[in-house]
Design a protein around this ligand. Structure first.
Ligand code: S3P
Length: 434
């Protein structure tokens, strides 16, 4: 992205092509953190070089990790579990909830103190969900009203963790798993609703022994992580923008290769298919203890959908773009049980409701649900609320708008998908940065 802040998108002709979607963000963060804690050397390929993941590289370097980057490859000489050193400065997690929450799990069990903070959006997000369970195990974390900055007084004598999920969050689970790596004895984890298991998959990739039985997980701390190269599949959360774009722009047919299709991330495919989407998945295989496949999408007439319950965590980041699909579908869609969306990079229920209304779509929301009636997208001006996924969702809406659609404050697209505008242009979409 250039330094321009606003995007203008015009109605598009059919989208046709093969796209290369960048690497998965969740796995990129985890591969840096766990790579730095491993013994040996490894190369990470198809790493997502976005602002969020670069913040993770910087944070781990501040903690003494030896990391070099060239294009989409990252080379790490692991320090081992007990090789980190006290940071000289405050660690800046930028916009990244994943970084602050996961790294706090590591920092809580070091034999030094540290402080971690972030940008204005991150400083508003809830941290009680990690502070409370860590404190129960003996961690000492200071934070005003459970918000960043967090000052962490490291301690190597935490009690083992018995985690019983109160909020379905892979970030909270992963934070506690990372602490558990340092705690002698067995920690146990129970999830009522299973969430993305990239941390667990990567630990196994590094030969760390964990016991998994559907919703239960247990692991013994202080085992060795043995470094091994990692190949990262494309991010389904980024692919989702082009999946929906291809479904709603008449005549489109787009293929995306080697997309990570971890079963806890593919709720968006399930729901779009229920809406009538023509989505084909082929060449499914395993890489670095994750599953990838090619995704081919053809324009489809979508109908409304009613979703709630256990499927929500598996499409939590895709809800904004799903709302655009609902706006382009026939009938009224209802999506419930989504209060978590209010605590993301922005209050995404409010941001999407305001934006959709501004472009002519009928929307009603409650604290934890939204109803969207499909209709004609008029175009106009929307506020992205400095949230990358809101900005990209409305860019996709612009592809079928009657008049051009202006999206304000889109610079945060680079936190997760720096090549988003380039790919739109490669597909022939008229995008202006102003
Ligand atoms: C993530 C988990 C999800 C997701 C976030 C990335 C992760 O957050 O929204 O973008 O990498 O673990 P929650 O765990 O808060 O649901």
């Amino acid at each position: 992205m250039s330094s321009s802040n606003n995007l203008i998108i015009n109605k598009s002709k059919p989208l046709i092509g093969n796209l290369m979607i960048p690497g998965d963000k969740s796995i990129s963060h985890r591969s840096i953190i766990l790579g730095a804690l491993s013994n040996g050397e490894l190369t990470i390929s198809n790493f997502l070089a976005s602002d969020d993941c670069n913040a993770t590289i910087n944070a781990m370097r501040q903690l003494g990790a030896d990391i070099s980057v060239s294009e989409d490859k990252v080379r790490i000489k692991g320090k081992g579990l007990f090789g980190l050193r006290e940071p000289k400065q405050i660690i800046d997690a930028g916009n990244s909830g994943t970084l602050i929450r996961l790294l706090t799990g590591v920092l809580a069990v070091q034999d030094f103190d540290s402080t971690i903070t972030g940008d204005d959006s991150l400083k508003k997000r809830p941290m009680g969900r990690i502070i409370e369970p860590l404190t129960l195990c003996g961690a000492k974390i200071q934070a005003h009203e459970y918000k960043a900055p967090l000052t962490i007084h490291g301690s190597s004598t935490l009690k083992s963790i018995q985690y019983d999920q109160s909020v379905a969050s892979a970030q909270v689970k992963s934070c506690l798993i990372l602490s558990a790596l340092y705690i002698s004895g067995q920690s146990t984890f129970y999830e009522k609703i299973q969430t993305r298991d990239h941390t667990e998959n990567l630990l196994e990739h590094f030969s760390y022994n964990i016991n998994r039985d559907s919703n239960y997980l247990s692991l013994k701390g202080r085992q060795e992580l043995i470094a091994k190269d990692i190949l990262i599949g494309s991010d389904i959360s980024s692919a989702a923008f082009f999946i929906v774009a291809s479904l709603i722009v008449d005549g489109s047919c787009v293929e995306m290769r080697s997309v990570n299709i971890n079963k806890f991330r593919t709720g968006i495919i399930t729901v779009l298919r229920e809406m009538g989407a023509d989505i084909e998945i082929s060449d499914v295989k395993s890489i670095s203890n994750e599953v990838i496949g090619n995704i081919k999408v053809r324009y489809s007439k979508l109908k409304c959908v009613d979703i709630k319950g256990d499927i929500i965590p598996s499409l939590i980041d895709e809800l904004p773009i799903l709302f655009i699909a609902c706006a382009a579908a026939t009938g009224t869609s209802k999506i419930s049980g989504i209060e978590e969306l209010r605590y993301k990079e922005s209050d995404r229920i409010m941001a999407m409701e305001n934006g959709l209304k501004a472009i002519g779509i009928n929307v009603h929301s409650s604290k934890d649900s939204i109803e969207i009636t499909g209709g004609k997208i008029t175009g106009g001006k929307v506020n992205s609320c400095d949230d990358h996924r809101i900005a990209m969702s409305f860019a996709v809406a612009g592809l079928i708008s009657q008049c051009s659609l202006t999206i304000m404050d889109t610079q945060n697209i680079s936190t997760s998908f720096p090549t988003f505008v380039t790919i739109l242009r490669e597909l022939g979409v008229e995008v202006f940065e102003v």
